[in-house]
Design a protein around this ligand. Sequence first.
Ligand SMILES: C=CC1=C(C)c2cc3[nH]c(cc4nc(cc5[nH]c(cc1n2)c(C)c5CCC(=O)O)C(CCC(=O)O)=C4C)c(C)c3C=C
Ligand code: FE2
Ligand code: FE2
Length: 333
Amino acid sequence: MMTLPIDHPPVATPKVGVLLVNLGTPDAPTTSAVKRYLKQFLSDRRVVEIPPLLWQPILRGIILNTRPQKSAKAYAKVWTEKGSPLAFFTAGQAEALQARMEGIADVRYAMRYGNPSVADQLAAMKAAGCNRIFIAPLYPQYSGATTGTVLDEAYATLTAMRWHPAIRTLPAYHDDARYIGALKSSIEASLAKLDFVPDALVISFHGMPERTLHLGDPYHCHCQKTARLLSEAMGRALIVSFQSRFGRAKWLEPATDNTLMKLAREGTKKVAIFAPGFSVDCLETLEELAMQGHEQFEEAGGTHYAYLPCLNDSDVGMDMLEQIIAQELAGWI
Ligand SMILES: C=CC1=C(C)c2cc3[nH]c(cc4nc(cc5[nH]c(cc1n2)c(C)c5CCC(=O)O)C(CCC(=O)O)=C4C)c(C)c3C=C
Ligand SMILES: [Fe+2]
Ligand SMILES: [Fe+2]
């Protein structure tokens, strides 16, 4: 029998692929495209944890007949000639990361719902010869409804492959000093451009049903930890709230809309708001926070309101992403 020396060369040349994955967005700001998107999104059992026999009739009979039209109007307000903000910012992040990792890794992006799909992009990476694939769900705070379902989808795709590539995934980075540092610089740069000094800084995270916290989902704790570390790093108080309530169940509190109105009613005149849990701007930040939040705050008596943009594909955001991803690729690159 032939014995190989311990330091024999690898059988295949390592080729690393990096797949950035975000939530996804409709293909167009139309009722039919939004309906298609919401049907896939809201049928995900990680997102709506109600038994399908109960939930599907409500989804198909009520929600998909009412919400798409309303949401399409909201999408139309933020849509640009480049398309949906979530899509073009995520594409911009992949392009910027590819430029930084040229010759080191093949960088692509996928969406959990809609296009380009996780399955298509993993198949394309395998076909391009990637034998080591790094999956990076773009959510700093872990939740089953976001990071969890992205990984489910990736593993389900791999199940159909005879020859798996090696897989690594990006852990939650809610308390990473580089993430906190990037948030701090981005917020401070945005604040410096304002023509007023806010009396309060609100930090808004996407909400989740409160029940998920009691079931052990770390999302709420991750959000609170991000806020605490950011507050310590910035040396100022931050007001934490949760936005985008959906459905009838109790969601994490306090709600962002109520928080803004309460602040205004209690005499706070000038507010700035930032959303650290969104890696890119999207419907929930540009329509709900920048537009609706502004109206709610001013109607309740506030005078100055500023929405501060997400990290998006800014240099400070991309430096952070490149560093946390490169750390996880140790031994591969
Ligand atoms: C960043 C983390 C997010 C968590 C956590 C999250 C949970 C969650 N969301 C819904 C329902 C909806 N969310 C919608 C849009 C949306 N959600 C996130 C992120 C998180 N969601 C993003 C980035 C977006 C924007 C997408 C875009 O196209 O720009 C929507 C669709 C819009 C609408 O009709 O309001 C729904 C519905 C649930 C039920 C949930 C927790 C379980
Ligand atoms: Fe959401
Ligand atoms: Fe919303």
